[in-house]
Design a protein around this ligand. Structure first.
Ligand SMILES: [Zn+2]
Length: 85
Protein backbone atom coordinates (compact mmCIF):
# COMPACT_ATOMS: atom_id res chain seq x y z
CA UNK A 1 0.00 0.00 0.00
CA UNK A 2 1.48 3.33 -1.06
CA UNK A 3 -0.08 6.33 0.63
CA UNK A 4 -0.96 9.43 -1.44
CA UNK A 5 0.80 12.77 -0.90
CA UNK A 6 -0.25 14.24 2.43
CA UNK A 7 -0.21 17.79 1.04
CA UNK A 8 -1.88 17.60 -2.36
CA UNK A 9 -3.50 14.16 -2.28
CA UNK A 10 -1.76 13.02 -5.48
CA UNK A 11 -1.65 9.25 -5.88
CA UNK A 12 1.93 7.95 -5.66
CA UNK A 13 3.48 4.99 -7.39
CA UNK A 14 5.45 2.38 -5.50
CA UNK A 15 9.20 1.99 -6.06
CA UNK A 16 8.54 -1.74 -5.91
CA UNK A 17 7.67 -2.94 -9.43
CA UNK A 18 5.40 -5.55 -7.89
CA UNK A 19 3.72 -2.89 -5.75
CA UNK A 20 3.53 -5.09 -2.68
CA UNK A 21 5.79 -3.01 -0.45
CA UNK A 22 4.96 -1.24 2.79
CA UNK A 23 4.61 2.35 1.63
CA UNK A 24 7.77 2.87 -0.45
CA UNK A 25 6.73 5.74 -2.74
CA UNK A 26 8.47 6.84 -5.92
CA UNK A 27 9.10 10.58 -6.43
CA UNK A 28 8.14 11.28 -2.82
CA UNK A 29 9.56 11.11 0.69
CA UNK A 30 8.17 9.27 3.67
CA UNK A 31 8.05 10.97 7.08
CA UNK A 32 7.39 9.36 10.44
CA UNK A 33 6.68 10.84 13.83
CA UNK A 34 6.14 9.41 17.25
CA UNK A 35 4.32 12.59 18.18
CA UNK A 36 5.35 15.83 19.80
CA UNK A 37 4.93 17.16 23.32
CA UNK A 38 3.27 20.35 22.10
CA UNK A 39 0.79 18.62 19.80
CA UNK A 40 -2.85 18.42 20.73
CA UNK A 41 -3.41 16.02 17.82
CA UNK A 42 -0.80 13.29 18.27
CA UNK A 43 1.50 12.62 21.22
CA UNK A 44 0.73 9.06 22.34
CA UNK A 45 4.08 8.31 24.08
CA UNK A 46 3.41 4.56 23.60
CA UNK A 47 5.76 3.85 20.70
CA UNK A 48 3.10 4.18 18.01
CA UNK A 49 3.91 6.40 15.05
CA UNK A 50 2.24 8.24 12.20
CA UNK A 51 3.63 7.87 8.68
CA UNK A 52 2.91 10.08 5.71
CA UNK A 53 4.28 10.81 2.25
CA UNK A 54 5.03 14.15 0.66
CA UNK A 55 5.52 14.20 -3.10
CA UNK A 56 8.68 15.79 -4.52
CA UNK A 57 6.72 18.71 -6.01
CA UNK A 58 5.17 19.60 -2.65
CA UNK A 59 8.46 19.14 -0.78
CA UNK A 60 10.52 21.31 -3.09
CA UNK A 61 7.68 23.82 -3.45
CA UNK A 62 7.62 24.31 0.32
CA UNK A 63 11.39 24.36 0.81
CA UNK A 64 11.25 27.74 2.58
CA UNK A 65 9.24 26.05 5.38
CA UNK A 66 11.73 23.20 5.89
CA UNK A 67 15.00 23.01 7.80
CA UNK A 68 17.85 20.70 6.91
CA UNK A 69 19.24 18.87 9.93
CA UNK A 70 22.61 17.14 9.85
CA UNK A 71 23.78 14.64 12.42
CA UNK A 72 27.46 15.00 13.19
CA UNK A 73 29.10 12.23 15.09
CA UNK A 74 32.18 12.99 17.14
CA UNK A 75 34.66 10.69 18.78
CA UNK A 76 35.49 11.53 22.35
CA UNK A 77 38.76 10.16 23.66
CA UNK A 78 39.71 9.74 27.29
CA UNK A 79 42.88 8.30 28.74
CA UNK A 80 43.57 6.25 31.81
CA UNK A 81 46.20 3.89 33.12
CA UNK A 82 46.35 0.49 31.49
CA UNK A 83 46.56 -2.43 33.90
CA UNK A 84 47.32 -5.69 32.09
CA UNK A 85 45.66 -8.89 33.33
ZN1 LIG B 1 2.02 16.61 -3.19
Amino acid sequence: MTLPCFCCGKALESVDPLGDDDNEPSEATTFRTGGHYGSGAFDPMDGSMLELNVCDDCLTGGAERVVLLRTVQTVQTTSSAWIPD
